[in-house]
Design a protein around this ligand. Sequence first.
Ligand SMILES: C[S@@+](CC[C@H](N)C(=O)[O-])C[C@H]1O[C@@H](n2cnc3c(N)ncnc32)[C@H](O)[C@@H]1O
Length: 385
Amino acid sequence: MEKFFIGCALGQEQELLNELEEIFPFLISRSGKAARYSLVFQDYGGVEIETELELGLQLNFFLKTANRILLRLVEGPCQNFKDLENHLKKWPLAKFQIADFQLNISASKSKLNNEKRILMEFERLFPKLLNPESLTTLYVRMFENLLSVSLDLSGDLLHKRTLVEKKDAAPLRESLAFLGLRALKGPSLFWTELSHITLVDPMAGSGTLLKEGCLALSCQIDRRFAFEEIPILEKTTASIRKKLESRKPTPIFKKVIGFDRDQETFEKLSKNVNSLLPIFDVEIHNADFRKAAGKNSVKGTEAAPVWVISNPPYGKRIPRDFKIQDLIQNFLEIFNPDRLGLFLPKSDEVNLQKTIWRGYKSKIAFHVQHGGLPIQFVIFHKLNG
Ligand SMILES: C[S@@+](CC[C@H](N)C(=O)[O-])C[C@H]1O[C@@H](n2cnc3c(N)ncnc32)[C@H](O)[C@@H]1O
């Protein structure tokens, strides 16, 4: 058994735990036994779990709400350099055959608060292994006199899924897009039960929401993770990677439809959704959704049931030409959706009781920080939908 720390957006730890519960049964266990884990602790910004090595490594392929996975190498109380040296002498560098590494050090509220001195101690103890160009990073954390040294298994942040190559001026982080889609789905439905639904993003930008909707059940196998640079760890998951690569992506929704009125953004959107074709049924329009939607297949009942999800401009990087109450009314009238989910800045005072939204019950599903801005995800649910 090994310990893994899984980082996520601040405040989204419970969502990450829910996702772990959902995906663990799908992980491939080499022993053939059911894949299990135990929760060690939940912290602000992540959770620590204990599980088999090959299961923890595999989480990189599966998790959508995490941003990084670390493997704990050394942990323990540490008051001085003698303690540090004793810890490091015992650490399992040989077990994982780590040939070289670079360091990411942070220290606070501890007697050993000096990051430069900690680095010097590593240089003294491991002169041949320290390499600022290494593809392997060790995270050294000293907090309240507790030391932890962890191996970064992910490399690039997990939410940077490779498919979206060209971003518009205000893209949504993929992990956040996934969280919104999962909140819109709710706990009572499985992803496999949405194949009769059309998903619409009327302000699609670079298409993050549409893409995350299509790939909600797909693994991330089109990139390499940092642990795959370490031969012994790569070998541990090589056959699992092969199995996952041979799985065909399953369309989640009947169809996904996007609009964006900005020409340059639309070109990026086209490039991004191209990679989803022909497996997924994707329709995009370079148009203002308020003018174009009526002429397209999303109007009325043809595409029903429709779910709308969107991340409208916040009026900061992209200007706004609407009042938020009017925009919600537009979405409900034009698309007549069974469900509507919106990423809005917390400063948007959405009157959830407003009578124009009669026929819909509404709630704030979650709050989260995005690029330093407090965001709320609001859901409208048609009462007879
Ligand atoms: C915040 S961005 C969406 C970002 C997107 N979620 C992503 O991750 O890339 C909002 C987008 O709405 C588009 N937009 C604004 N008003 C629109 C309208 N009336 N119809 C269609 N697109 C609109 C803008 O061009 C912009 O690309």
